[in-house]
Ligand binder design. Structure first.
Ligand code: PHB
Length: 400
């Protein structure tokens, strides 16, 4: 009995000696486009970040995550860089997140390095962005994830001997071109023309670009545009100019069938084949739950898309860091916590590659098919757990 009493007393004293976990507030600077032609991208990513915390209120333990939002406005990188500077020096953020456009991430990377602030890239896809700072982690994709395997699929399975590439003329567009060409020509195809198609800040008239492609009679027209209104206009022009009837298949990365724009593309989109890592139609339990929560929060007419899923997964990554470090964000420890992190994403299983800090994810060959009165994304093939081929192959700017 005396021994028992002693044990109980000892346990009570020990409990008193351990301070209760202290709830801390972690500040995250979120830099996204909230205005201009691409304003809805910022909304999609932010909605997903908020939804993740709403659905998983204990994900960061007892700690609080405060999101400090900034509008990167145009895709030039200059506004984003100024915002990041202020977030670091004035708001003293513990982490940075967001970055829709590659120039925004590219311009901000040196600041993350200098101030040692972990930076979670939630869209910007130029392959070599992750090489620009040891404090960058990417939860979206590299342009090579889709473009490189699409190249070999187009040559081997779609039977395209020739292709014309059209691309929005800035870093991810050039990267997508290079990746597609490497995959396509490596599998025996020939890229017969490369057409720059304007910039990401304005939606161009795609008519001259697509007419030029049509006149060259390739088997495939591979296009990268930065999703949104660009993608809607691209597909409409493809339909209007009768390229399919002329025997030219429209292919590309998933950006050209973004979920938020797909239904309005109409018949012109039917039959398109893309390589991608997310569609709201994916039939796995994590995605079913994600889409259901999205509809509950934002209405049945609203849909998540590939940008939203990167925000959801990115927020899960941030919460994981905050919980693991119990709200004390040491930048180097935060990076260690993220390297090799695995997560059951709505897109399927993902991991942060410990060597490159880039995402590892499944890629799918997907076809747009008509199903009832809506367009549906049908998965034809899956390539499991793809690491960024640019860094795997060590080519171009991904060479060490
Ligand atoms: C980018 O700027 O890296 C970017 C933007 C939109 C996309 C893909 C990539 O759909």
């Amino acid at each position: 009995m005396r021994i028992m009493k002693g044990l109980v007393l000892g346990a009570a004293l020990a409990a008193l000696a351990v301070p209760a976990a202290q709830a801390r507030t972690v500040k995250v600077g979120v830099v996204l486009t909230f205005s201009g032609v691409n304003a809805e991208y910022g909304d999609q990513i932010l909605r997903a970040m908020n939804l993740y915390m709403k659905e998983h209120p204990k994900a960061a333990g007892a700690n609080k995550i405060e999101l400090i939002k900034r509008d990167s406005k145009n895709p030039s990188g200059t506004v984003a860089k100024t915002e990041v500077q202020e977030l670091i020096t004035r708001d003293k953020v513990d982490m940075l997140a967001g970055f829709v456009f590659s120039p925004d991430a590219i311009a901000s990377a040196p600041l993350a390095t200098e101030a040692k602030v972990p930076m979670i890239v939630m869209n910007a896809g130029t392959a070599w962005i992750t090489n620009l700072s040891p404090y960058i982690v990417r939860t979206s994709f590299s342009m090579w994830h889709a473009a490189y395997p699409m190249g070999s699929y187009a040559a081997k399975t779609l039977g395209c001997k020739t292709a014309v590439v059209g691309y929005t003329d800035y870093p991810p567009g050039k990267d997508s071109l290079e990746a597609f060409k490497k995959g396509f020509e490596g599998a025996g195809g020939k890229v017969i023309d490369e057409i720059p198609m304007g910039n990401p800040a304005q939606v161009p008239d795609f008519t001259p670009f697509l007419q030029r492609a049509k006149d060259e009679k390739p088997d495939c027209f591979y296009a990268f545009v930065p999703a949104g209104a660009h993608a809607a206009a691209l597909v409409k022009t493809y339909g209007d100019l009768g390229l399919r009837a002329a025997g030219v298949k429209l292919i590309g990365p998933l950006d050209i069938i973004q979920d938020t724009k797909l239904q309005q593309m109409g018949k012109a989109a039917s039959g398109m084949v893309v390589m991608g890592h997310y569609a709201a139609d994916y039939d796995n339990p994590a995605n079913k739950a994600f889409v259901k929560a999205w509809h509950r929060a934002y209405g049945a007419q609203s849909t998540p898309d590939f940008m939203a899923v990167a925000g959801w997964d990115g927020m899960a990554a941030i919460a994981h860091v905050v919980k693991t470090l119990d709200g004390k964000i040491d930048p180097d420890k935060a990076m260690k916590t993220l390297e090799g992190w695995k997560f059951d994403s709505p897109r399927g299983p993902i991991m942060i590659d410990p060597q490159t800090r880039d995402i590892v994810q499944n890629e799918h060959v997907e076809e747009v098919v008509e199903k009832g009165d809506r367009l549906h994304v049908k998965v034809l093939e899956t390539i499991p757990q793809v690491k960024d081929p640019c860094k795997e192959l060590k080519v171009g700017k991904c060479a060490p």
